[in-house]
Design a protein around this ligand. Structure first.
Ligand SMILES: [Zn+2]
Length: 335
């Protein structure tokens, strides 16, 4: 079963409001382009709208009932007048669009209405795109197209100009936390993940990623090393940090986690404990927070951000981390 109107409204309030108005005024466009990052709900919204177009007993005049014959068949992916086109390997090929057209030249199997969704529409080959273009130029009276893409800049302007374009926003940290909890992610992890990415799929992958689980432990361990003395921290860099954070991307992830850790300490000092993301470390964080000042914490956070910039500028990671450790120690974040 697909997501309900209420669930998707939480994800994409602006898009859903727009679509609700179109449904209520019976001004649904012939072609929509949904653009936005992975995991922002484009396909779910496409299917929701499709149900709204076919549903036999709309709620409040726009929400699909989810229980009628039409809604159920769309949810199960086998409605004869609803077609889904996805890349066949690396691209969407011209034959896939031709098949779609052939399908549409027949009368609607059960009504005049027909809907198609093209997932990753930017992956259409040039001939597929041109073929689709002709199709968009002469829409059947009751045909609705949903083109979904993460990369609208890679699509033909002639196609874009024939679509109503709706932009799907990245998920806010609060929405992400809710989504993650709904997906069974442990609260202790959900808050950290929501700070690291606004991409739901990526967050869910990280959640079950052994490397990521270990990364959090190493960040806490580095903090403990820093707290003891410079030598401990330097030894820890060699024995743990660089063994785990090898690639540039991984180093960024490690620094992001370190940044969140210091941010948590700051939240404790500001008595905003509900904002803490390392929820599993709450007791230790409280202890740590006693030994430092807000000023030092913000200095340290600036130093971490500076280290991330150096990493992007291709500074040697070894040197970058050593400088960071010295900087944190110098600023004597720890008394
Ligand atoms: Zn229905």
């Amino acid at each position: 079963m697909g997501k309900t109107w209420e669930q998707l409204e939480e994800l994409q309030p602006v898009v859903l409001k727009m679509l609700r108005n179109s449904l209520l005024k019976q001004r649904v466009a012939h072609a929509y382009l949904f653009e936005g990052a992975k995991g922002t709900g484009k396909k779910d919204v496409g299917l929701l709208l499709t149900k709204a177009l076919f549903c036999e007993s709309l709620i409040d005049g726009y929400k699909p009932c989810e229980t009628c014959h039409q809604c159920r068949r769309i949810n199960s992916g086998n409605h004869p007048d609803v077609h889904l086109v996805e890349p066949d390997g690396q691209s969407i090929k011209v034959d896939q669009i031709r098949n779609l057209q052939a399908e549409f030249s027949k009368k609607g199997v059960e009504s005049l209405k027909k809907v198609y969704l093209i997932v990753d529409a930017d992956k259409m080959s040039v001939s597929a795109a041109n073929s689709l273009l002709k199709f968009l130029e002469e829409p059947g009276a009751q045909t609705v197209a949903f083109l979904l893409t993460e990369q609208p800049q890679q699509m033909l302007p002639t196609i874009l100009s024939r679509c109503q374009i709706l932009t799907f926003q990245p998920l806010s940290p609060n929405v992400m936390v809710n989504q993650l909890l709904e997906n069974g992610v442990h609260p202790q992890k959900a808050y950290i993940l929501a700070q690291l990415t606004s991409n739901l799929e990526e967050a869910l992958e990280l959640n079950v990623d052994e490397w990521f689980a270990q990364a959090q432990n190493i960040v806490v361990k580095l903090y403990e090393g820093l707290k003891k003395n410079r030598l401990e921290a330097m030894v820890m860099l060699q024995s743990d940090w660089f063994q785990h954070f090898k690639e540039k991307e991984q180093l960024h992830r490690g620094l992001d986690l370190l940044l969140l850790f210091f941010k948590d300490l700051l939240y404790i000092q500001l008595e905003k404990q509900e904002q803490i993301v390392f929820k599993g470390e709450m007791e230790r964080l409280k202890q740590f927070a006693l030994n430092t000042s807000g000023r030092r914490l913000t200095d340290t956070m600036s130093a971490i951000l500076e280290a991330k910039r150096k990493l992007d500028a291709n500074m040697n990671p070894q040197l970058m981390m050593e400088q960071l450790v010295l900087k944190i120690q110098e600023g004597s974040t720890f008394v």
